[in-house]
Design a protein around this ligand. Structure first.
Ligand SMILES: *Cc1c(COP(=O)(O)O)cnc(C)c1O
Length: 337
């Protein structure tokens, strides 16, 4: 069941750090509600939703999450209700939240400690009123999400063959770990030796790594294959920059730089942090002369939440000699008057 939008494009970047060759896979261009890995995962859930003839969707996530935006969009296009249980502590009016509201999804805020209960109560009530609710785990976590990225891995293989390339590394932002689990399973099933490095954007490795491993081994178990060990999972928590949604000036600068230099939209919470983390990783581990794929997992709306900040960073354009000359000429003109 190849998604209608697959494969997403893979193309080179201008980046040349330490004589590595850089490519990017553009999951941000998936044509469903601003795309991203949540859109790819949702496509797989959608098959199941249709099979089960569900007539309303229930999911969980902060109101600012990309996952909730995409699920709200799916419900809207199917013209069925969407109920989103959200921890009340995270109620900030981000652009994603405004999009969720625009899509007429119903946000149910509840304290973090009561999330589980509230989900169950909501589902029970819907059933009592004669509806067939379908529950989608937060972040699109679970076997459907893993399958989505096993298949995405196959898309990468096809491009390698067509373009006579071989990626040594795949880097990406890792959260619930589903994306990473899918890529690792794809790599494993193909007997490949790519290093799949998840740059953690939220969890410390102690918490995050076992979740990735569990998803991997759940998937392999269904295929009656032996499980992988801890060492097979490269889940790096050195670049958290303080935790989920936290970022510093260097991440903001990275997002601005990529926007100017490559014309690609990153965001400080996921893709910008992961790309910045990847650079630190390459430096620290002295990775040189390799072919590297960065998986752009989406998140365009979060770019706009920080729009004011990019304008206050040291101008990246000043690194460009032509731009400096033009600025000097302009300043010269001003001085003459
Ligand atoms: C959710 C998300 C991730 C993390 O994906 P997981 O499969 O949960 O690890 C990465 N990037 C973006 C933009 C996301 O929205």
């Amino acid at each position: 069941m190849k998604p209608f939008f697959a494969p997403t494009p893979i193309h080179p970047l201008k980046e040349t750090f330490q004589h590595n060759r850089f490519y990017i896979k553009r999951e941000d261009l998936i044509p469903l509600s601003f795309g991203g890995n949540k859109a790819r995962k949702a496509y797989y859930f959608l098959q199941d939703i249709e099979k089960e003839r569900a007539d309303c969707l229930v999911t969980y996530g902060s109101s600012s999450s990309n996952h909730c935006r995409v699920i709200a969009a799916i419900a809207a296009t199917k013209n069925i209700p969407c109920l989103i249980i959200s921890p009340s502590s995270q109620n900030t009016p981000t652009i994603n939240q405004q999009l969720v509201e625009t899509l007429n999804a119903e946000l149910i805020f509840t304290p973090l400690s009561q999330v589980r209960e509230t989900i169950q109560q909501t589902i029970n009530q819907l059933k009592k009123s004669g509806l067939h609710p379908y529950f989608i785990p937060g972040g699109g976590h679970g076997p459907h999400g893993t399958q989505a990225y096993v298949d995405a891995y196959q898309e990468i293989k096809v491009v390698e063959e067509e373009q006579h390339l071989s990626f040594d590394f795949i880097f990406h932002a890792s959260g619930t770990g589903t994306t990473q689990a899918g890529l690792i399973c794809g790599n494993h099933l193909s007997n490949d030796t790519k290093k799949i490095v998840g740059i953690s954007i939220a969890r410390v490795a102690e918490k995050g790594l076992p979740v990735v491993l569990e998803s991997v081994n759940d998937y392999l178990e269904k295929l009656l294959l032996p499980p992988l060990a801890n060492e097979a999972i490269l889940f790096d928590d050195h670049y958290l920059a303080g935790g989920y949604g936290q970022f510093d000036e260097s991440i903001i600068e990275m997002v601005q730089k990529i926007f100017i230099r490559e014309g690609i939209v990153f965001d400080p919470t996921y893709t910008g942090k992961a790309y910045w983390g990847m650079m630190q990783y390459l430096k620290k581990h002295q990775v040189e002369n390799q072919t590297i794929l960065f998986l752009h997992t989406g998140s365009s709306p979060l770019f706009f939440d920080q729009l004011q900040k990019y304008r206050h960073t040291r101008s990246v354009r000043n690194e460009n000699q032509l731009y400096r000359n033009a600025s000097a000429a302009k300043n010269g003109l001003g001085g003459d008057r």
